[in-house]
Design a protein around this ligand. Structure first.
Ligand code: NDP
Length: 242
């Protein structure tokens, strides 16, 4: 039996890109899925395609009650949540001097607070059931900083710090994995509001890898024996230097 078969996996940001690729790969391996994002039409279409073992709900990760209610719906339907893929994120990069304060707030709300709300929504249940796995999607921007990426990188460094703190606090109880993708073809650059950065990103992303490369890493981390915790994975396209 595949180690993933029957596992209940909650994924935030499942309506496109990495979250959607994870949903597809995990469904193929027999996982039961709890999918959240804001775009209901996308989630409904994906769920219809993936079959019966999928629950979805419109979920804005900046709203703690919404994330809590997604997890509760998952527990009601499937009895437990085994794995959380904390994936929802935005990347409206800009120079600090450009003063895009709404973009800063958005990144902090989605990329940091959303990750914390996800953990909060599942951790009690995982501790009570004596097992669980939290997978946080950070970035190579969580390993290094470049001009324009200060705030985005700040949020992704924070994701790694939160992952490591959670790992230490839950040692022996809950597995924690942080995944740092390099360039992945997805809708992420659509969140960029500064035209010069959007144009630059479009160039950079010509060398991007498919979201399946990250879904493969998620599958790898979940598939390990219960006593093995894969704590950090970095995946870049071969051509990416930063
Ligand atoms: P996409 O833009 O394709 O996917 C982002 C997902 O996040 C969407 O499903 C979107 O759904 C969801 N999302 C955004 N805001 C919210 C919100 N407020 N509440 C709930 N869901 C939200 O990009 P990726 O798949 O690339 O991004 C996934 C993760 O991977 C992000 O955390 C990103 O930072 C990270 N990453 C991506 C890299 C890349 O090169 N693409 C590289 C490194 C890390 P909806 O709009 O329907 O709510």
């Amino acid at each position: 039996m595949d180690a993933i078969e029957g596992k209940v996996v909650m994924i935030t940001g499942a309506s496109s890109g990495i979250g959607e690729a994870c949903a597809r790969q995990l469904a193929r391996r027999g996982a039961r899925l709890v999918l959240g994002a804001r775009r209901e039409d996308r989630l409904a279409a994906l769920a219809a395609e993936l079959g019966d073992n999928v629950l979805w709900a419109a979920t804005d990760v900046t709203q703690p009650a919404a994330v809590q209610s997604l997890a509760e719906a998952g527990r009601e339907r499937f009895g437990r949540i085994d794995v959380l893929v904390n994936n929802a994120g935005i990347m409206p990069v800009s120079l600090i001097a450009q003063g895009c304060v709404d973009d800063w707030s958005g990144m902090i709300d989605v990329n940091i607070k959303g990750v914390l709300y996800g953990i909060h929504a599942v951790l009690g249940g995982m501790l009570a059931q004596g097992a669980g796995h939290v997978i946080n999607i950070s970035s190579v921007a969580g390993l290094t900083v470049g001009p324009g990426g200060a705030v985005y990188s700040g949020t992704k460094f924070a994701v790694r710090a939160i992952s490591e703190g959670l790992r230490q606090e839950c040692v022996g109880k809950v597995r924690v994995t942080s995944i740092c993708p390099g360039l992945v073809a997805s809708e992420l650059t659509e969140s960029i509001t500064v035209p010069a950065f959007k144009a630059r990103a479009q160039q950079l992303y010509e060398g991007a890898m498919s979201a399946d490369a990250i879904a493969d890493a998620v599958v790898y981390a979940i598939s390990q024996p219960g006593h093995v915790a894969v704590n950090e994975i970095v995946v870049r396209p071969l051509s990416q230097s930063f």
